[in-house]
Design a protein around this ligand. Structure first.
Ligand code: 3PG
Length: 306
């Protein structure tokens, strides 16, 4: 059995060693394609592999066509919008993710971005504190819950909106459930986005939603750039000079936003929420174990293209 780790943004070395151990202990072979710069390299590397571990790497119909022997692809992480699920199903390829494995890392970065925003991007001027501010968590999944846990330590007043999460789950964790995105944005000083990119959510963070946010509000995006309606965000930020946007997923209009919104816009140069040794180890080894469990025992617990 040949397993390929194809990561344009590589895992920490220690995580790759852990993946190798799991794969080789099962008697399989591990190959690596890291920091690749062209799709051709990926197409070539997948040609003879039975299993594939990826991160935000795109697995589309062309990749699946080139991967003639592929039976399983595991996204070492949460969001699987980078896999063409219908094409995977059509090619009889099982697609999985590793939910929860990197969520603490992303949550810590979300809080880090919040601190940066309320301290005026560390420019030395007098900022404000997170303590006592209303935090709105948009989607209460694995990352959202970790954000709530950490934000409690900051003394924030925590609210969440998640159409799929029962109120009791939030209440039990000291979070006040709200029942629409509109209500969340209108009431919270800081909103942290944790929604996946789906046809329903793409472009859903728009002017209409942002316009009722309180004065001095901050939007933190460690989710996906596609959920933002960029044109409307830019329009809104031009109108509302008190509003701050900090993101780990660089907008297409990054350059323009840098120029327009000095000291109230920040984007990391490369998505780094899950870029910690711990998250890489957790997600990478989980992916390797899921592959072995799939081949050895037929386990499809984390399949996302059923
Ligand atoms: C995820 O969906 O797990 C996160 O966005 C992390 O993505 P990455 O593995 O590309 O850093």
């Amino acid at each position: 059995m040949k397993v390929l780790v194809a990561t344009e943004k590589p895992f920490a070395k220690v995580a790759v060693e852990g993946i190798r151990e799991v794969i080789e202990q099962a008697g399989y072979e591990l190959t690596l394609l890291e920091k690749y710069i062209s799709k051709e390299q990926l197409l070539e590397a997948v040609a003879d592999v039975d299993a594939l571990i990826i991160r935000s790497d795109n697995v589309d119909d062309e990749v699946l066509n080139a991967a003639k022997k592929l039976k399983i692809v595991v996204r070492a992480g949460a969001g699987y919008d980078n896999i063409d699920l219908a094409a995977a199903t059509a090619h009889n390829v099982v697609a999985m993710n590793t939910p929860g494995q990197n969520s603490n890392a992303v949550a810590e970065l979300a809080l880090g971005l919040m601190v940066m925003a309320v301290r005026n991007m560390y420019n030395g001027t007098s900022g404000t504190e997170l303590k006592g501010k209303k935090l709105g968590i948009h989607a209460y999944g694995n990352v959202g819950r970790n954000v709530a846990r950490i934000a409690k330590g900051f003394g924030m007043d925590i609210y969440a909106y998640d159409a799929y999460c029962p109120d009791e789950v939030m209440v039990n964790e000291g979070v006040t459930p709200l029942h629409s995105a509109e209500e969340l944005y209108a009431n919270c000083d800081v909103v942290s986005l944790h929604i996946p990119a789906t046809p329903q959510t793409k472009g859903s963070i728009n002017h209409q939603l942002l316009k009722n946010m309180p004065k001095g509000a901050v939007l933190v995006n460690t989710a996906r750039k596609e959920v933002i309606n960029e044109e409307e965000l830019i329009q809104f930020m031009q109108e509302r000079t008190d509003f701050c946007y900090v993101t780990d997923v660089m907008p297409a209009a990054d350059q323009k936003m840098r120029e327009l919104f000095v000291e109230r816009y920040f984007a990391t140069p490369k998505k780094m929420g899950a870029q910690t040794a711990e998250a890489n180890i957790n997600a990478g080894i989980a992916a390797a174990k899921q592959i072995v469990d799939f081949f050895e025992n037929g386990v499809t617990k984390f399949q996302v293209n059923k």
